[in-house]
Design a protein around this ligand. Structure first.
Ligand code: GLP
Length: 242
């Protein structure tokens, strides 16, 4: 069952998420975090940075695994998720670079990169807390509608809606990569805890389908209904169809 926490606005979504992440790091300093990108988690990362600077929250033993990366974008490309993570979190906290894991979208052998990624998650002892956003079409990571619930880290083709939604970060739609590496739904489901964040009306339909709709591969986030410890933190607008 998915538990839902409905809060006033984006600021509160961010604070509630950061509080929970900080709690895990404080009780287990070497926690393994699964991290997400997109515009939604930025406020949460900002709050974690504040906690690091003002409240002594330390990431020195934390390891992280990001959900996904665009195929074809080098780590220093401003729209890559590598770049995003360093800009929005890693450059501002005391995490060790060797503990950071993000799929390499320019690996020579992408399939091998995916297998290795799964292996490193296992070697780290699995993910303690996976943070997620959600796409308007219900995607998690880059698991688009139709993705098998058994899927693992792999190369996927992005849907046109996702490319258009993410085009706002690029100069033009043409520049948005067509493929990505993403953890699979089965990979995500193995995390011990999951927290999904959503804010704004544009996410209301996806949130309602994920929670109340039938479990279907057409709404990838509906797989989370089977997770033992999954919390959605959503603002009133994203919760408006619940
Ligand atoms: C991308 C990411 C997802 C993210 C989604 C929503 O497609 N791969 O992990 O959840 O965007 O992004 P936003 O938070 O900007 O709406």
């Amino acid at each position: 069952m998915i538990r839902v926490l409905i809060v006033k606005d984006y600021e509160e979504v961010s604070r509630e998420a950061a509080l929970r992440i900080a709690e895990i790091i404080r009780s287990k300093p070497d926690a393994v975090l699964g991290l997400a990108t997109g515009s939604t988690p930025i406020g949460c990362y900002r709050e974690l940075i504040r906690m690091h600077k003002m409240e002594g929250l330390s990431f020195s033993k934390v390891s992280t695994f990001n959900l996904d990366e665009y195929v074809g974008l080098a780590p220093d490309h401003p729209q890559s998720y590598h770049y995003y993570m360093f800009q929005n979190l890693f450059n501002h906290v005391d995490i060790k670079v060797e503990n950071i894991h993000i799929p390499n979208g320019v690996a020579e052998d992408l399939d091998e990169e995916c297998l290795n990624y799964e292996e490193s998650i296992k070697r780290a002892g699995g993910i303690d807390l996976q943070l997620l956003g959600i796409g308007r079409n219900g995607h998690i990571g880059f698991n688009e509608p139709g993705s098998s619930f058994e899927s693992r880290t792999r190369v996927v083709k992005l849907s046109e809606q996702t490319r258009m939604d993410n085009a706002r970060f690029f100069k033009s739609l043409d520049e948005v990569p067509t493929h990505a590496i993403t953890m699979g739904i089965a990979t995500i489901m193995e995390a011990k805890r999951i927290i999904l964040l959503a804010s704004g009306e544009a996410k209301a339909e996806a949130i309602s389908k994920a929670i109340k709709g039938p479990k279907t591969v057409m709404v990838p986030a509906s797989a989370l209904q089977d997770h033992e410890d999954c919390l959605f933190i959503v603002d009133r607008k994203a919760a408006s169809l619940l």
